[in-house]
Write a new protein. Structure first.
Length: 257
């Protein structure tokens, strides 16, 4: 039995999505490395008096700040720890969808080349706003004061954090996959705008042709029966003709005699 394209895609997705998440967990350290580099560039460039650097520690990020806390021998700089994997799960989701799509290897590589950098930016957004959230709400008065001095409010940070935590990782990979596989989705769902417009265009002439054809017998010309024993029509202006006995000419009842 041959499976439909939809069932083939669902079966492939069921196989590829768990495999993608497994590989994502195994290779978490190299997957997180671009996020660490992007977060380091953004935070040190945006808040140079607050953040001194972002270190990549296996699958986590360590954000070193310039905020000094404590006194005497117990004084030290605040170091924040961020888990970027809670934002980078969009990468295996996108990879599983692309691998389950029946496209050529060249097109699949092109989709990875476009989609993965975008999704690394999504994960970096989450990591950056996670750091800002920790500075605002967990680092005490030092963190709040440092961010307030640079015009960052608690509401703006909370909004950016929620956007990067709830919306971007879930919506971005699916949206990228849909945009880059429109032909496959149209074939999968059996819908195309061109086909629909062509169907509408051919339906109207067909309806007009059907209306122009002869309809019911009441509206069209009638035909007389010419079978044996029926009375036919004589010449123009004459009446009906009775059949004559054998050997005699027929008699015209209504015309000239």
């Amino acid at each position: 039995m041959q499976l439909s394209p939809l069932r083939q895609f669902i079966l492939a997705a069921v196989l590829w999505l768990p495999a993608s998440f497994f590989l994502w967990a195994v290779f978490a350290s190299p997957i997180v490395w671009p996020v660490a580099r992007i977060a380091d560039l953004v935070l040190t460039g945006w808040l140079p008096q607050v953040v001194s650097g972002v270190l990549h520690n296996v699958a986590r990020l360590e954000v070193e700040t310039r905020l000094l806390t404590g006194t005497g021998a117990r004084a030290g700089l605040i170091v924040l720890e961020v888990n970027p994997l809670i934002y980078a799960w969009c990468l295996p989701l996108f990879a599983g969808l692309v691998m389950a799509t029946p496209v050529s290897a060249r097109r699949r590589l092109l989709q990875f080349a476009i989609g993965l950098p975008v999704l690394w930016l999504v994960a970096s957004w989450g990591a950056v706003f996670d750091t800002l959230k920790l500075l605002m709400f967990d680092a005490g008065p030092l963190g709040r004061g440092a961010l307030a001095a640079r015009g960052l409010s608690a509401d703006a940070i909370a909004l950016g954090y929620q956007f990067g935590y709830l919306i971007l990782p879930a919506v971005t990979p699916v949206a990228l996959w849909i945009v880059m596989n429109q032909r496959f989705l149209e074939a999968l769902l059996g819908w195309r705008e061109d086909d629909e417009s062509a169907t509408v265009g051919t339906t109207a002439p067909a309806a007009a042709t059907a209306a122009a054809e002869p309809g019911a017998p009441a509206g069209g010309p009638s035909t007389a029966s010419t079978g044996p024993g029926s009375k036919g029509s004589g010449p123009a202006g004459s009446g009906p003709v009775d059949p004559a006995p054998p050997g005699q000419a027929p008699r015209n009842q209504g015309g000239l005699r």
